[in-house]
Design a protein around this ligand. Structure first.
Ligand code: AMX
Length: 438
């Protein structure tokens, strides 16, 4: 049986002529134009990035390697005794586009076991931070600390650097990073919230299950971890975390530099931090409006308007690309509806009521182009239900999942020899001149 790396090598070799042909024969074909509002407004919708790992349709939502979320969950081999696939099988799928066999999944699970050991200097670096540092700072520092032993950096410095084979050492770092990031995340969780009670890796468990084990979670949470990491993995390449990782790696900074930077972007409240903000918003709502009464749609409407009138965004709602309810939201909602205790949970019911109410309020407010919920509107309530109530940590969970997409992308970036990224800037005076010229 060919290894994942061997399968990938063949895929990359097969793909290269497509990229070469496009650049050489069709390089000057126009695929988009740029307007002044896009230039000032965050390059929204400008088509200037390429990835085959996932594609985000504004109406349909994300497809991983051409498959919707339900199709992906359906197609991939499941973890033993579970309805959900292992993260490792999803990694194989993201990298190659092939649905792996059980034997291929087992090989990746075994390979990640050999990659999971985190050097002690990472723990030292994290421990050196103030204990009340945000866990995203700890995660970013932990990933950056791993840079010392980057195989890509070593290859670059070896004097034998070769563009054709450079992807192989990116693949090595990327696989190490994906295997280690849940171990580092568990360490941070235990350090901050479990009085430094550290639990050893269970060599018999897949990535998601082992993460649940290491943070002292119950059996059911193993599926939560698998589902969560897969759902948060990739959302094509223009979002802040994926784009940052791609941009930094385009300078041939190794995967550790690149993903540490990507995590710093994920930590922004308009991006990955929104899931902790959702929980904060929802609990404050409960505290302020529903101490003694049941929440009603009227009360939720009032709270939403209070937020909007205070000039704040409603966290978990809106999206730069999507124009309908995020299928990642729906997938997590379905998990809640299918989990007996969770289905009747007070907080879930409130989140469901916000789902019924917020799109109407945001539409009436008239600013957000997309009044529907995104992934973050639903994820916190699941963690809360399972007792993971330290919501500072929620973006770390996002960061563990997002590593899969970012690492698959930069492995392919190197495989296809994508150039250093360098868009052109203009001055305001130039824009004014072009505006006057019509
Ligand atoms: N509540 C209130 N106002 C909102 C809003 C929301 N949820 N979403 C968008 N708006 C406002 C914007 O702030 C903007 O106002 P402005 O013109 O005064 O600056 C206006 O509507 C137009 O924005 P847009 O084109 O619809 O959105 P965008 O592409 O600029 O931003 C996003 C997208 C996600 C940052 C924005 O919808 C938002 O801030 N949402 C809340 C935070 C959130 O949930 N983030 C998580 C996104 C998913 C993720 O990355 N994890």
């Amino acid at each position: 049986m060919a290894t994942l790396k061997e399968v990938l090598a063949q895929k990359i070799a097969d793909h290269r002529p497509r990229t070469t042909k496009l650049v050489k024969e069709f390089g000057k074909v126009v695929i988009d134009q740029v307007t002044i509002d896009q230039c000032i407004g965050g390059a929204r919708d400008v088509r200037c990035l390429v990835t085959d790992i996932s594609y985000l349709d504004p109406q349909e939502g994300i497809r991983f390697r051409g498959k919707t979320i339900p199709e992906t969950f359906e197609a991939l081999p499941k973890a033993k005794g579970s309805k959900y696939p292992t993260v490792e099988s999803f990694w194989y799928f993201l990298l190659t586009g092939d649905v792996p066999t059980q034997a291929q999944v087992d090989a990746v699970v075994a390979e990640w076991k050999t990659r999971q050991i985190v050097p002690s200097y990472v723990w030292d670096a994290i421990r050196a931070l103030p204990r009340d540092s945000h866990p995203m700072v700890m995660l970013s520092v932990g990933i950056l600390a791993l840079q010392k032993d980057s195989k890509f950096a070593a290859f670059y410095n070896s004097g034998k650097f070769n563009k054709m084979t450079a992807w192989e050492s990116v693949y090595e770092d990327a696989s190490d990073l994906c295997a280690r990031i849940p171990i580092i995340a568990a360490f941070i969780y235990n350090l901050k919230y479990r009085s430094d009670f550290q639990t050893a890796i269970d060599p018999n468990l897949d990535m998601g299950a082992n993460f649940a084990h290491m943070i002292g979670q119950c059996e059911e949470y193993k599926d939560v971890a698998r589902m969560y990491f897969i759902l948060h993995s990739d959302h094509e390449s223009g979002n802040v975390s994926a784009h940052t990782t791609h941009l930094v790696h385009s300078a041939l900074s190794d995967p550790y530099y690149a993903y540490s930077a990507g995590l710093n972007g994920l930590a922004g409240p308009l991006h990955g931090l929104a899931n902790q903000e959702v929980l904060d918003w929802t609990l404050k709502f409960q505290e302020k409006y529903c101490k003694d009464v049941e929440p009603t749609k009227e009360l939720v409407t009032k709270a939403l308007w209070d937020t909007l009138n205070a000039g704040q965004v409603v966290p978990g709602y809106g999206h730069a690309v999507l124009r309908k309810t995020d299928p990642r939201y729906m997938s997590q909602r379905e998990f809640c509806l299918n989990t007996p205790g969770l289905k009747d949970d007070k907080l879930f019911k409130l989140v469901a009521m916000i789902f019924e109410t917020a799109p109407g309020v945001l539409t009436e407010h008239g600013k957000a182009k997309n009044p529907w919920p995104n992934v973050d509107a639903q994820s916190g309530v699941i963690q809360w239900y399972y007792g993971l109530r330290e919501w500072d940590f929620y973006t770390v969970l996002f960061g563990v999942g997002r590593a899969l997409g970012c690492m698959a992308n930069i492995t392919w970036d190197r495989g296809l020899g994508y150039a250093i990224e360098r868009p052109k800037s203009v001055t305001t005076a130039m824009l004014e001149k072009w505006a006057a010229e019509g």
